[in-house]
Design a protein around this ligand. Structure first.
Ligand code: FE2
Length: 206
């Protein structure tokens, strides 16, 4: 008698594709290239990670420096399975001003469109270097992603579910209040626009 192998169901409920919103991926890439002529990714104390802040606290240059471009998270660091908290608390709601270098770029339009639709905290361009991962961690808030440069070897992993987010102008919100990671298994850097989302579209979390 044959036994049917039951295919397990995969649920992508922690990956929310924002409906009716699509940006111009070519303009994003062109203006990213221009921005990278002026600005470099900062990597404060974390390997294979880099950030360029898009917004800041008004009149506070320190809000886009050092640990402020990383922010609080919890991680399970070793075999004990014990959760530990890392880094500093950030008052996300104070990040309301576009960093001046982005004023004349398409990013301003994107920032304004996103800010109208969602209650955002920090907005950053995040670099994930080739053949690298983040820590296994969770964040205080969800994250909005606009992938700008990616490759098929890039995936976001939330608990046990992995998903590739294509760079086609579409917008995703991921449930980063659950344990997650991002890996780039390709040989090309991955760059996403990533925003902290202060009101979660997901059920059962804050
Ligand atoms: Fe995260």
């Amino acid at each position: 008698m044959e036994t049917a192998i039951k295919k397990p169901m995969v649920s992508f409920e922690d990956f929310y594709e924002v409906p009716d919103l699509k940006f111009d991926i070519n303009r994003l890439r062109t203006d990213l290239e221009n921005i990278l002529k002026e600005k470099k990714f900062n990597s404060p104390g974390v390997t294979n990670f880099g950030a360029i802040p898009l917004n800041q606290i008004p009149n506070d240059e320190d809000s886009i420096k050092g640990n402020n471009i990383r922010g609080k998270y919890w991680t399970i660091a070793d075999e004990t399975g014990k959760e530990v908290s890392r880094d500093i608390d950030i008052d996300e709601s104070k990040y309301t001003k576009l960093v001046p270098e982005f004023e004349k770029t398409y990013f301003k339009e994107v920032y304004e469109a996103l800010s109208q639709k969602f209650k955002l905290g920090r907005v950053r361009l995040l670099l994930k270097q080739p053949r690298s991962t983040l820590s296994w961690h969770k964040d205080p808030e969800c994250r909005l992603h606009v992938p700008i440069i990616t490759n098929p070897g890039c995936s976001m992993v939330i608990e046990n579910v992995a998903k590739h987010l294509p760079a086609d102008g579409r917008v995703w919100i991921t449930n980063n209040t659950k344990y997650h990671n991002f890996f780039n298994g390709g040989e090309q850097a991955r760059i996403h626009l990533v925003a902290c989302v202060l009101e979660s579209p997901f059920k059962n979390n804050g």
